[in-house]
Ligand binder design. Structure first.
Ligand code: C2E
Ligand code: CA
Ligand code: CA
Length: 445
């Protein structure tokens, strides 16, 4: 993504911006301990979003000019500190006396100043900050950490910077582990399906389950989907996992039917990428046929953010699923920018209200108003509603009072492995605690 030919990053000076290269600077600090007190400094790593577009639209020369203005603004804002080039569209500031707040303010001012050079393109500049703790360290490790923090805010429009901390480091390390061990985990069967019951608000009976993936690692214990889903999406392997989950869900459903137990529809989560990387309809059809389970008992949850991808076929596939008798639910409703647009464009059976509204339940009275309006709107559109993340009696009572039909959350039950159901089958899979098909038809009408 470079701005045309420039000097090698190991040389002293970059021929485009005239700045010193970071690699050269680091080499000096290693040669001579008095060159710069790196161990007491703060490294801020800058990355221009969409720099490629500048080069494409305005040629390398336009890109180079942009980089020079970027350099000018940094030198102005960080007067007296080291401004360096790291290669490509990455500039770095190494400072000794600025607090995070002072740096954050400068990042804001930088983005403001740079808008006049954007020529109509929206090129936010993102930054990652690493604060050295006084102990000598490999300079490249310090810069990697600043760059890692920077990556944390890529694609997040309302965040300009992140500061490296232990949590971020751990997350990065976990993601690395996922990347390196996915194949092994998959082959050795470390992925398990956990089931979280879904309850009918009016009668408190179980009327469905959501299948949630877990990675039970012999070395690391349970790895959360919040860690591995993102990585698997990035490396385009998510469809492999989702196909496996779908297979397991159909298998477990068949076991319940054969065993004469109460069984309920099961939701599986689909990634936006399942639609791109696989023929997801065929994957589901095949699993359903393999275990001979009724299609009405398979629910496809599609998260709202999937619809932001402008993928034309998504709507068609969803339509096919519903035409064929499957249920399609929209997940995390209200979390994105185009929530209402999606309701207008696509048809869904259920709308799952984003959990974040409930997280603010006690903090602001506004959240109740929003939840009630979503339920009301869905009713008028003929869509059923489910609230997930219900953790308290108060929340349950409120949701019941506004007519939200289904509830899922720790207040009732946490996601559980299949073995828990087998151990407590008499209790969990009886018609005392489960809704009957007749009851479901009654409530659905
Ligand atoms: P999601 O689809 O929104 O799933 C709901 C998440 O909320 C689950 O987290 C669930 O364990 C958690 N949850 C349930 N009740 C409560 C509650 O009362 N309070 C709180 N704070 N949380 C609650 P989990 O299992 O960690 O899954 C996270 C996300 O990972 C899911 O969010 C889903 O987007 C994704 N995911 C999970 N399994 C799969 C899968 O098999 N395939 C794909 N593509 N995505 C999956
Ligand atoms: Ca879900
Ligand atoms: Ca959700």
């Amino acid at each position: 993504m470079g701005a045309g030919p420039s000097t090698s990053i190991f040389e002293k000076e970059d021929s485009i911006t005239g700045l010193n290269f970071v690699a050269w600077f680091f080499a000096q600090t290693q040669k001579d301990p008095n060159f710069y007190p790196l161990e007491r400094s703060t490294i801020t790593f800058f990355n221009v979003m969409n720099f490629k577009t500048i080069n494409q639209r305005f040629s390398y020369q336009g890109g180079n000019e942009y980089l020079c203005r970027f350099r000018d603004e940094l030198q102005k804002l960080f007067e007296g500190e080291k401004v360096l080039r790291a290669g490509a569209d990455h500039l770095v500031v190494i400072s000794l006396n600025l607090s995070v707040e002072e740096i954050a303010l400068r990042i804001k001012l930088l983005n403001k100043a740079m808008t006049s050079y954007e020529k109509g393109l929206r090129n936010q500049i993102k930054a990652g900050i690493y604060i050295a703790d006084g102990t000598p360290q490999q300079p490249i490790v310090m810069m990697d950490r600043a760059s890692l923090a920077c990556r944390e805010v890529h694609g997040i429009f309302n965040r300009e910077y992140a500061v490296f901390d232990e949590e971020l480091n751990k997350k990065h390390e976990q993601k690395q582990y996922v990347l390196e061990h996915f194949d092994e985990a998959f082959e050795k069967g470390f992925f398990k399906v956990y089931y979280q019951p879904i309850y009918r608000t009016l009668n408190k009976k179980v009327c469905g389950y959501e299948a949630l993936a877990r990675w039970i690692d012999p070395n690391r214990g349970m790895i959360s989907p919040l860690i591995f889903i993102e990585v698997l999406e990035k490396v385009h392997l998510i469809h492999k996992l989702d196909a496996y989950i779908i297979d397991q869900v159909c298998k477990n459903l068949r076991d319940d039917i054969d065993g004469g137990y109460a069984y309920q529809p099961i939701s599986v989560n689909l990634s936006r990428l399942d639609f791109e990387l696989s023929d997801i309809k065929k994957v589901v059809d095949n699993a359903v046929a393999k275990y001979n389970v009724p299609k009405e008992y398979i629910v496809l949850e599609v998260t709202e953010s999937a619809f932001a991808s402008d993928q034309e076929s998504l709507g068609d596939i969803i339509h096919c699923f519903r035409e064929d008798g499957y249920q399609v639910w929209i997940d995390d409703f209200g979390s994105g920018y185009s929530s209402f647009n999606n309701l207008q464009t696509y048809d869904f059976d259920f709308l799952k209200i984003d959990m974040n509204f409930l997280r603010n339940f006690d903090k602001t009275p506004k959240s109740k108003v929003i939840i009630a309006s979503i339920v009301d709107l869905a009713k008028k559109l003929g869509i059923h509603t489910l609230a997930e993340g219900v953790e308290t009696e108060d929340q349950y009572e409120y949701l019941k009072s506004i007519g939200c039909e289904l509830i899922q959350g720790y207040y009732f039950a946490k996601p559980m492995p299949i073995e828990d159901f087998y151990n407590k089958r008499a209790e969990l899979c009886s018609f005392e605690t489960n809704e009957t098909p007749a009851e479901r038809r009654y409530y659905d009408d």
